[in-house]
Design a protein around this ligand. Structure first.
Ligand code: NAD
Length: 300
């Protein structure tokens, strides 16, 4: 047993509530000026319980800050062509003004996800997945930053966790989380200037790398992947993973990629799951939607 005090919890819910309160003022100003609220249109394909629940919390959060959110539900049998056509019709405002457009992932296996995401016009792409937005981010002139990556950076900034000159190790190289976060943390400026290592499924001796991390981010989708022996004492550990695990008695619960109980004895900061990065992801989506509405009102 170490005599280190347990890590400080990074409370994503409290920070998200603060961000929402500020956004609500911004949204009210927009609504007064343009006589309509900013609007988000979400495409939900099929009836996967996890996707439906994420969409529900996004719509509820939008309502809390005064953003109008519409969910367009599509059966799981819809094919790529139909979904591309739907996204294009939303972009023509045929479902009402669509300042932000979001396609909830994952899409069914028979659908070409890239083709559907590419149909979202880059200036409405509040998830930040379009290649134009990925390119802008990589060049240090971001417009819409993928929400989870933005949320992780915001959390570090809010907690006063220094990134400049520190070694940040990110596990997971997805276009949605790992890659954009690597770009953000290595970019010049506040919340950046870190030396970043990106680990993935083919990384050799990953524990030797993660033990060097001042900031360790796990974005994999494997419960318990990060154990105490992989963490440098005093590190900040950010757990992006969301995994549903079922106990032998049939009860299920959400857990992250980090073995929370052991790692909290070694780290100095740690995010819980749930209640860590998740609420920040939603708050950043709302911020991107408000930004999209504002950019549009200024004509681009
Ligand atoms: P993904 O499946 O696209 O990517 C997973 C990454 O993990 C890959 O790059 C892969 O190389 C890497 N990986 C797999 N096994 C590994 C191993 N044994 N060691 C090291 N790396 C390994 O997933 P994603 O979309 O980036 O999501 C990752 C996790 O984050 C999932 O649990 C997802 O549910 C969660 N997530 C949470 C939020 C949130 O708001 N908190 C948002 C998005 C994703």
């Amino acid at each position: 047993m170490s005599d280190r005090p347990a890590a400080t919890l990074l409370d994503g819910r409290a920070l998200a509530a603060q961000i929402e309160a500020n956004l609500a003022d911004e949204v009210q100003t927009f609504t007064d000026m343009f006589k309509r609220p900013p609007r988000l249109v979400v495409v939900l394909v099929g009836d996967m319980a996890a996707s439906a629940s994420y969409v529900k919390s996004k719509a509820a959060a939008a309502a809390r800050v005064g953003i109008d959110a519409e969910v367009v539900r599509v059966p799981a049998t819809a094919d790529t062509l139909a979904l591309v056509a739907l996204v294009k019709s939303i972009a023509r405002d045929e479902h009402g003004p669509a300042d932000g457009i979001l396609v909830q992932l994952p899409l069914p296996a028979h659908v070409d996800t890239v083709a559907v995401l590419d149909a979202v016009p880059p200036d409405r792409d509040v998830d930040g997945f379009h290649p134009e937005n990925a390119g802008l981010l990589s060049q240090g002139r971001a417009r819409f930053i993928p929400c989870t990556a933005a949320g992780v950076q915001r959390m570090l900034l809010d907690a006063g966790i220094e990134t400049a000159g520190r070694h940040a190790v990110i596990i997971g190289r997805s276009d949605i989380v790992g890659k954009p976060l690597a770009l953000l943390l290595s970019a010049k400026g506040p919340g950046g200037d870190a030396t970043v290592t990106l680990c993935h499924s083919r990384s050799a001796d990953m524990a030797a790398i993660t033990r060097q991390a001042d900031i360790l981010v796990a974005a994999v989708g494997r419960p318990g992947l990060v154990t105490a022996s992989m963490v440098k004492p005093g590190a900040a550990v950010i757990d992006v993973g969301i995994n549903r695990v079922t106990a032998p008695d049939g009860t299920s619960r959400l857990t992250g990629d980090v073995d929370f109980e052991s790692v909290r004895g070694v780290a100095s900061w740690i995010t819980p799951v749930p209640g860590g990065v998740g609420p920040l992801t939603v708050a950043m989506l709302l911020a991107n939607t408000a930004l999209a509405a504002e950019l549009r009102s200024r004509g681009g």
